[in-house]
Ligand binder design. Structure first.
Ligand code: PGA
Length: 248
């Protein structure tokens, strides 16, 4: 009942030439894919990628959004601007934003709320560091990150988004969580959702992210609470990304 979603987060990678080649490779398969696909290119490449994949079911999003509506916030982009630019989704709370830019749970919750208000689907990224996992704090950390958003937008608000569990130690390291490790955390997340709103818990998509590639995707997707993937590095290679889409 939950349609799978495969999302590509290009981070700060790409160029006009790379987008041209990437889109030419995926356009046919993307038009026929029986799963949902979302792409998160850097802002300046969004329009080109949208044009190149027009007519497919690929949805587009930005990698971040300002928690402010407008004004003197140099370098930031508002939710309303993203909507006007054709975005349907937006990543919030990616661990690279949390760690390199000091984003707090409260700021992430505020971004989730402004994205919802604008009509975007926020993809909430949560996950523990290696030290937190080794300290046995995984469930507590993920629970805290999730509850900050629940408290802000409530169960009905959260249900309009997507959750991406991305253990920080697995991002860009080639060291993916085992399917069982990921499933255990996804199950815990779904339990928190169930406590907030039982209907929402059954329908909300929880993606796994962290070194997903064409070789490990199938085993991850076999887990009952893994509803897709948020793919970084492997999404830059169009053929590798398509392998993951086909697996889903
Ligand atoms: P990765 O990144 O697939 O390169 O590990 C995932 C992410 O950060 O979303």
């Amino acid at each position: 009942m939950r349609r799978r979603l495969v999302a590509g987060n290009w981070k700060m990678n790409g160029s006009v030439a790379a987008v041209r080649d990437w889109c030419a490779t995926v356009v046919q398969a993307a038009a026929e894919a029986p799963v949902d696909i979302a792409l998160f290119p850097p802002y300046p490449l969004l329009a080109q990628a949208m044009q190149s994949l027009a007519g497919t079911n690929v949805q587009f999003g930005a990698q971040d959004v300002s928690m402010h509506a407008s004004g003197a916030y140099t370098g930031e982009v508002s939710a309303a601007m993203l909507i006007e630019a054709g975005c349907r989704q937006v990543l919030v709370g990616h661990s690279e934003r949390r760690s390199y830019h000091g984003e707090t749970d409260e700021q992430v919750a505020a971004k989730f709320a402004v994205a919802l208000d604008a009509g975007l689907v926020p993809v909430l990224c949560i996950g523990e560091t290696l030290a937190q996992r080794e300290g046995g704090e995984t469930d507590a950390v993920v629970g805290r990150q999730l509850r900050a958003v629940l408290e802000r937008v409530g169960g009905d608000g959260l249900a309009k988004g997507v959750i991406a569990y991305e253990p920080v130690w697995a991002i860009g390291t080639g060291r993916t969580a085992s399917p069982m490790q990921a499933q255990a955390v996804h199950e815990n997340i779904r339990g928190i959702l169930r406590d907030a709103n039982a209907t929402m818990a059954g329908s909300m998509r929880i993606l796994y992210g962290g070194s997903v590639n064409g070789d490990n995707a199938a085993q991850l997707f076999e887990m009952p609470d893994i509803d897709g993937a948020l793919v970084g590095g492997a999404s830059l290679n169009a053929r590798e990304f398509l392998r993951i889409v086909r697996t889903a």
